[in-house]
Design a protein around this ligand. Structure first.
Ligand code: GLU
Length: 477
């Protein structure tokens, strides 16, 4: 039964392109919503003017769209809680900050950065945790006068006493002693909210049921719970997903140059394979299955099966999955998808090439390299030994002559017979067919590996194949 109450969101800050770690958060939120038949909301958290990188909202939207992670409410599509861009909602946060102050759950603070720095310095010298000492909390009348005189002020949360705890859908029970938590700034002196105020106000107003985000936000959650309580709102469920580590076991991050996911598209990775690989970063189906279509993931995904240990991104696994997803594509889809790697080819040509290519591509871009000898001339590479290792000159000549003779006899019409005939020549010469065939690969494709050579000759046709074989024959002397 679809459950419309399940509403998840992805709330990226436009501070850079999306990498595998951030897309993983988006994917888990999207899958949770789609699995339940609920809604997935996209919200742009752009209130931190200093970290803002222009143009990255557009990249984020493009990445999610390319991966098929469609949103029901958010930029471009709108929705009942418009706008979904925080910088357009500043008045909402200010109003909520005023309510908190009026109710005594937050207070104005005019401490200067210099005073705060000195305070922290002293705390450090006394080996105490560095936190705001609540000086302004005890002098609110004076602070009001200072503000009236134009002195810069921020609003701070008055962190309540006691304990903050929640049952995290990934982490299990989490609890913090509130005495260890600072009085967080909620509204900055420029009137902009901090992340903490904006995220709670928006998650509530947008009726988010499950907050799914990176576990680096766990220490912030007690502050958020204090805000929910101060407003008298029920908090959502929380699921803090662990970090994604690169192959070097370091956390993937924009700052460490993690690759923009869109670049994988340019390299010939399929969105479905990327989604499959990202889903397996911390989630498992509970059985042996590892290859999933997005639809299968929607059916199988639950947050309960997300592991709380950090996940490691393995590029080899992505390659394997990409190859598998390519092999599962329909010929019609491949004809379309190969237009970019095989520019200038007709649909018909691509259709002819696909049976040779399908099993041999890790990425779609591999088609460019593999098909180059069939779509253009071969380039003779000095580093390619000819005749190849384990094949003597006489056997190489025999292989080429036999192939030329067979083609002249109409051999390209019968794949199996041609293969048999050439094998027999290799065996009669006492050379392993696999080694002897390399002679033909080099003659026809310019390289000892690549597309299957008999099919390649069939594609090239009699005239071109004979030409390449006789050119190679001439090189053998
Ligand atoms: N804007 C925050 C980020 O980019 C979102 C954190 C959250 O999901 O609450 O990490």
């Amino acid at each position: 039964m679809p459950d419309a109450r399940v509403r998840t969101r992805f709330a990226p800050s436009p501070t850079g392109a999306l990498h595998f770690g951030s897309v993983r958060t988006a994917l888990f939120a999207w899958l949770t919503a789609r699995h339940a038949g609920g809604a997935f909301i996209l919200r742009i958290e752009d209130t931190d003017q200093e970290r803002y990188i222009p143009g990255t909202e557009a990249l984020i939207l493009e990445t999610l769209s390319w991966l098929g992670l469609n949103w029901d409410e958010g930029p471009e599509v709108g929705g009942p809680h418009d706008p979904y861009i925080q910088s357009l909602r500043i008045a909402v946060y200010r109003e909520h900050a005023d309510t908190l102050v009026a109710d005594g759950n937050a207070y104005w603070c005019t401490c200067t950065p210099a005073r705060l720095a000195a305070m922290r310095e002293e705390q450090r010298a006394r080996s105490e945790p560095t936190r705001y000492d609540r000086r302004c909390l005890t002098r609110q009348a004076e602070v009001a006068v200072e503000r009236a005189n134009g002195i810069a002020a921020v609003v701070r949360l008055r962190m309540p006493d006691g304990v903050s705890e929640w049952d995290d859908l990934v982490r299990g029970h989490v609890s913090f002693n509130n005495a260890d938590i600072d009085d967080q700034v909620l509204l900055k002196s420029d009137g902009f909210p901090t992340y903490h105020l904006a995220v709670v106000v928006d998650d509530h107003l947008m009726e988010i049921s499950h907050v799914i985000r990176s576990d680096e936000w766990i220490p912030s959650t007690p502050k958020h719970l204090a805000l929910y309580a101060a407003f008298g709102w029920d908090p959502p469920r929380f699921a803090h997903v662990p970090a994604v580590l690169g192959p070097d076991h370091q956390k993937l991050s924009k700052r460490r140059g993690a690759r923009n996911v869109l670049e994988y598209g340019e390299l010939g990775y399929l969105p479905s394979a990327i989604v499959n690989a990202i889903a397996l970063l911390g989630w498992s189906s509970g059985d042996e299955q590892e290859v999933f279509t997005p639809q299968e993931l929607i059916e199988r995904f639950t947050l309960e099966r997300v592991n709380s240990a950090a996940a490691i991104f393995d590029p080899k696994r992505l390659d394997d999955l990409n190859g598998i997803h390519i092999r599962r594509m329909s010929t019609d889809d491949l004809v379309e998808a190969l237009e970019f790697p095989l520019p200038g080819t007709s649909k018909e040509t691509r259709r002819q090439l696909i049976p040779m290519l399908r099993e041999r591509m890790v990425t779609l871009a591999d088609a460019t390299r593999l098909c180059a000898p069939l779509l253009g001339e071969i380039k003779l590479d000095e580093s390619v030994e000819f005749p190849p290792k384990k094949v003597d000159q006489a056997t190489a000549v025999k292989m080429i002559d036999a192939c030329i003779e067979a083609i002249v006899d109409g051999g390209l019409d019968n794949h199996a017979a041609l293969l048999e005939r050439l094998r027999a020549v290799a065996e009669a010469a006492g050379v392993k067919p696999r080694d002897a065939f390399r002679v033909l690969y080099i003659a026809v494709l310019g390289s000892p590996t690549g597309l299957p050579v008999i099919e390649a000759m069939m594609f090239l046709g009699k005239e071109k194949s004979l030409q390449r074989l006789s050119d190679a024959r001439a090189r053998l002397g």
